[in-house]
Write a protein that binds this ligand. Structure first.
Ligand SMILES: Nc1nc(O)c(N)c(N[C@@H]2O[C@H](COP(=O)(O)O)[C@@H](O)[C@H]2O)n1
Ligand SMILES: [Zn+2]
Length: 404
């Protein structure tokens, strides 16, 4: 079995990914490739799944870095574990090596992402593993970061260490889909989430929307928010729904709440500015409503003026801030414009078994300008499951129709 899916072999100059080489990188990290035969033993799989469990402890807190977990095994026993807690702090491998101490010599380390091979905020893990004398490295997926991109695997192999790549690769990729998207497309992964009735409405004709879905679906949304870096809404949602956009779990990560508003014609007493327990950012255009800007600043809300406020400009700005994932929880008009501009890659639709009717009751996605069914955007990799009394449908826009 060829077990060397090294990105660097796919293209020599990956510092800037282009449309031409992106698909090579995607297949090297385990995306868009046909199902592969299982790599590694059942024990290897169990250890890799433990790495992912550890990695998840830092959900929402590591951007722009990935979620990574590591486990060191000696004579069939776990002797060290670790995960990457946040950017700037040591990598998962370092924590696992510290926990294992001398027992790392001759041991096998499992790590959900290829060990790094560069000096970033922290030194290269490849060298740390070589110095610690590990005998074998089992990798979940290749790191798409052009500074690593197979170099970590190559360095370990050059030092005589056995390296196995691709154990539970799909699960590893799933956990870091936002990090991979950020690296490849230089934008955060955009996730459009909405809740609608069986007849496709997000509110009644009079605008009442509390609540479309069950309590179980709403707590799933809180978990989803905690795993994202930011949640975006438009001014209309603030005016009509007055949301909190919090995670409502004490220990959970609190994503940045972002409001897009060109003119800042927003309510002075919105819940968003009155709940200081989560950070809030208002994106607007140059010179908009200075008095309101002052009021927001006094309430601890950050205001940033962009030259023109569009979904893509907002995503470009959030990319520069180091974000990997952005949850669009906006109304239909902004959702349509975000989709049209390629700011949404993934859709999460909660569907409640209710019918409210109303020909002008709002729908989750406004006008996309389509006139025929052949123009419909068909989602790929679609999955669905029941959450409480609702159904959650999840899927991705096809890349060519919707990539930056
Ligand atoms: N293998 C691995 N384990 C971790 O725990 C990590 N955080 C990474 N991250 C990779 O290294 C880059 C960040 O490096 P610095 O934290 O700035 O030193 C990140 O972009 C990943 O490529 N890898
Ligand atoms: Zn590292």
């Amino acid at each position: 079995m060829d077990n060397s899916p090294v990105v660097a072999q796919a293209d020599a100059s990956l510092a800037n990914y282009t449309q031409e080489n992106i698909h090579l990188v995607e297949s090297a990290v385990g995306l868009n490739s046909p199902p592969k035969e299982k790599i590694g033993s059942d024990f290897d799989s169990r250890m890799m799944l433990r790495c992912l469990e550890l990695a998840r402890r830092a959900l929402g807190r590591t951007s722009p870095n990935p979620l990574v977990g590591a486990v060191i095994v000696k004579d069939g026993e776990i002797v060290g574990e670790g995960f990457h807690p946040r950017a700037g702090e040591p990598h998962a491998e370092v924590f696992a090596l510290r926990a294992a101490g001398d027992r790392a010599r001759g041991a096998t380390i499992y790590v959900s992402l290829e060990p790094c091979n560069h000096y970033g905020r922290t030194p290269p893990c490849s060298e740390g593993l070589i110095q610690a004398g590990v005998a074998k490295v089992v990798v979940g997926m290749v790191d798409p970061n052009p500074l690593v991109a197979g170099g970590g695997i190559a360095r370990l192999r050059a030092a005589g260490i056995e390296v196995l790549v691709g154990v539970e690769e799909e699960a590893c990729h799933q956990l870091n889909e936002a990090f991979v998207h950020r690296i490849l497309y230089k934008r955060p992964l955009g996730i459009l989430k909405y809740a609608m009735t069986l007849d496709g409405k997000i509110a009644t004709t009079s605008g009442h929307s509390a609540w479309v879905t069950s309590q179980e679906a709403r707590s799933e949304v809180h978990q989803l928010r905690a795993a994202c870096d930011a949640i975006i809404v438009g001014g209309n949602t603030v005016r009509q729904d007055n949301p909190y956009l919090t995670t409502r779990q004490v220990e959970a990560h609190k994503p940045l709440r972002v409001v897009m508003s060109r003119h800042l014609n927003l309510p002075e007493n919105a819940h968003l500015w009155q709940t200081a327990d989560a950070p809030t950012l208002v994106l607007t255009e140059k010179g908009a409503n200075p008095d309101f800007q002052e009021l927001l600043l006094k309430q601890g809300v950050e205001v940033v003026e962009l030259t023109s406020l569009t979904p893509d400009k907002a995503m470009a700005y959030l990319y520069e801030r180091g974000f990997c994932s952005v949850l669009w929880e906006c109304g239909g008009t902004l959702a349509a414009s975000a989709i049209a501009q390629g700011a949404v890659q993934k859709v999460l639709a909660f569907i409640a078994p209710k019918i409210i009717g109303g020909s002008i009751a709002p729908t989750p996605v406004g006008d996309l300008g389509f006139t025929t069914m052949t123009e419909a955007l068909s989602l790929e990799r679609v999955r669905w499951r029941v959450v409480g009394s609702d159904c959650l449908v999840e899927g991705y826009f096809p890349k060519k129709a919707n990539s930056q």
